[in-house]
Structure formats: C-alpha cells, structure tokens
Design a protein around this ligand. Structure first.
Ligand SMILES: Cc1ncc(COP(=O)(O)O)c(C=O)c1O
Length: 386
C-alpha cells in the first residue's frame, strides 16, 4: 500500500494508481514472472566479474553513451539466432525491454496520439501509454487467443494510431504470431495516415519478441523483415531465454531512422558501464546462457500435456497453445484467486493474470515443476470442496 500524502502535487491522472509489479515473495518455487530458472554457470559469473573488474577503474567517467560494443554484440547475436544481418546503427540497447518500450512511446506516442494492442496482452503497455499521455486502445483476439488480423487492420484504418504493438509470442497467453500476419499488418500500416500528424506519416509497428527464443526452431523472427520495412521496430530482451533478467538489458532492432528517433528521447548515459560490461561478458558465453532453452521448451510441452489431463469440477483444464516459457491454463476456474492462494500456501507462486478463469505458470527446473504439479492437484481438490 502506498502512503502518498494528499498534499503532494501528484499528476491528477496518477492519483489512486499503484506501482506495477508481480508480488516478490520469498517462497521456495517462484513461477510467476517468466524468468529462466537456471542461473548463469560459474564460468559465466567469472567472466562477468572479470569484465566489470576491468572497467571499474574507469567508473569516474561516464559510459559510452552510444554503447557501440554492445550494439555490435546484439548484431552478432541476432545474426546467429535469427539469420538477420543488421548494422550497429539498426540496434539500440536499454535497461530492459521495458525501457526500450518506454522510449518508443516517448518518441512516437504523446498527447493526441494513439497506440493499439491486442487484448489480452502484456499489462505494462497501458502504463507506458499513461506515462507518455498516449491514448491506448485494444483490438480483439479470437477465442483461442490468436490475433483477429482483419479486425485489427480495420481498427488501425479507423483510428490512425502512431503505434501498433504486437507481442510474439504473446504474454500472458503464449500465442505465436505468424510472420504472414505481421506482414499483413505492416502492409496495411504502410497505407494508413497517423491521425493528427503530417501527411504521409505512417504508424510504427512494434513487435515485442521478449520470449521469441522459445519458439519452435526454424520459425522466422520479425528481425528478418527490418530491411524491407522502415516503420518496423522489434523489441528483444536478455531477461528471458538468455537468463539475464537481473542485469536489465533489452534491445531494439529497427531501421536507423527509428533508432535515431529513440536517441532523441533517451536519458544521457542511460546504460551504465557496469551493465554494458556484464552484457558483453554474457554474450561471450551465449551457448552456456541458452543451454537450457531446448529443455525449457520440452518442459513446457510436457507440462501442457499434463495440465490437459487434469480436471476442475469435472471439466478438463484448457491450455492455451504456447511458444513461450509459460502456459496460460484453466479457462474454467470460478475462484482463481483461491487456487492461487492454495498454491502459495504450498510454496508455489504462480500468477493471476489474463482473462477471468485462467492462471499463468512459467517453466521452472524439473524439481520445481514436480512441486508445481503436486501443489496444483492438491489446490484444485481443496478449492473444489469450498
Ligand atoms: C511481453 C513482454 N515484454 C517485455 C517485458 C519486459 O522485460 P524486460 O524489461 O525484463 O526486458 C516482459 C517482461 O515480463 C514481457 O512479458
């Protein structure tokens, strides 16, 4: 609970607002914020320590504002991961993809501008919109959480947004977004006039690929479309598959024009020398950092199959198709808060998020998933009887 005195001149539209964030509770099994449960290997920790030690004597100076070495590392990683060949000028880093998104809103949103997403989606988007005085609208998803592309395009044509935000795979549902759908939205946006802007100004299409490394191998990433679409921005993060959430490193891949817009709004020296050093060390150990991704994919598929064999009040649980490291499951929970609480009492923290009746769990280690399954079976039986 906040303790904000009424005498403080907090912006009128922020009065009564709470800070965003899932509960940070000290419980044995945390499966609520879609992290990679496997910590960096000791060799990677040593490399991070060595890199940070090496730059420590320079910490009296500001860091490289343009973080060129790190942008080169992003380019190298994306070429390896997605086959995209990008220049340093087409890449940009920040403190988590949260900051990338905020910078995009600062550059392309603002009073009189509108951004469109597709419900249900990542719950921070409306907060970036609020914080930058940008209008926020939600387009429709189908019952299976896939994007209703026709309706989205109709909404874009009606509204003339300056930004369209699509999450691939989507959070909290895990739903993949086929490249053909992205290309249709891009083609439509290339004909749309942004409301209130100069003639010929077109929406920026932001594809949030926070969880993209968990997709089926061989599936393309939107970063491969960048050369053909000057208004495409792809947001990425080291927080999820790359197992580096604590370091706070996100990045943007886009045409240089978009990067230059973002550079106007960034804070001077926004990315600390310590962060840059740690991220460079992690990229030198990309294989180790990504070593458990395939296993987490298998864990997801096995957990989805297991969840579908479970029932609540006689109804089999539903599981949304996921290409991510988490699953949205249930679809039939009339008391999802009670199930969440019963799980927590058993030391397993999951997330109440998404449409009514559903819960989300992210993939943990094998031992954590065993605890999850045990706790869920017990919790469902207890809540059924209440
Ligand atoms: C869809 C999506 N985008 C972006 C983020 C932000 O991640 P980070 O700021 O750690 O890069 C998250 C975090 O959960 C997310 O789910």
């Amino acid at each position: 609970m906040s303790a904000i005195p009424a005498s403080l001149p907090l912006r009128n539209d922020l009065i009564g607002e709470e800070p965003y964030g899932a509960p940070q509770l000290d419980v044995p099994v945390c499966l609520n914020v879609n992290e990679n449960p496997y910590p960096p290997e000791p060799a990677v920790c040593d490399a991070i320590a060595a890199r940070v030690r090496a730059i420590a004597p320079t910490l009296n100076r500001y860091p490289d504002r343009e973080h060129v070495a790190l942008r080169q590392a992003f380019a190298g990683y994306l070429e390896r991961e997605s086959g995209a060949r990008l220049e340093v000028g087409q890449l940009w880093g920040a403190n988590g993809s949260n900051e990338i998104m905020l910078q995009l809103f600062q550059a392309f949103g603002g009073p009189g501008r509108t951004a469109i997403g597709a419900d249900p989606t990542y719950s921070m988007y409306p907060e970036y919109a609020r914080d930058t005085f940008t209008g926020w609208q939600l387009a429709h998803r189908n019952a299976d959480f896939t994007l209703d592309v026709d309706r989205l395009i109709a909404r874009i044509e009606e509204t003339g947004p300056s930004m369209v935000l699509l999450t691939n795979p989507n959070n909290p549902t895990g739903t993949p977004l086929p490249q053909a759908d992205i290309e249709r939205v891009l083609a439509a946006c290339e004909q749309v006039q942004v409301a209130g802007a100069n003639p010929g100004v077109r929406p920026v299409v932001v594809i949030d690929e926070a969880y993209i490394e968990f997709r089926d191998p061989g599936t393309p990433s939107a970063v491969t479309l960048i050369g053909e679409h000057p208004n495409l921005a792809v947001s990425r993060t080291m927080s999820k598959a790359f197992a580096f959430a604590g370091a706070r490193v996100g990045y943007l891949a886009a045409d240089q024009g978009i990067i230059d817009c973002v550079r106007i709004v960034r804070m001077p020296y926004h990315l600390s020398a310590v962060t840059q050093a740690a991220a460079l060390a992690a990229f030198e150990h990309t294989d180790e950092q990504l070593a458990r991704v395939a296993h987490l994919r298998d864990t997801r598929d096995a957990t989805a199959a297991w969840l579908k064999t479970q029932t609540y009040k006689g109804t089999p649980l539903r599981v949304a198709d996921s290409q991510s490291n988490f699953l949205l499951f249930g679809g039939c929970f009339d008391h999802r808060d009670a199930i969440f609480d019963a799980m927590l009492e058993r030391g397993v923290l999951i997330r109440v998020v998404g449409p009514e009746g559903w819960l989300r769990v992210c993939m943990g280690t094998d031992a954590e998933m065993a605890r999850f399954r045990e706790a869920l079976v017990e919790s469902l039986r207890i809540v059924e009887q209440q």
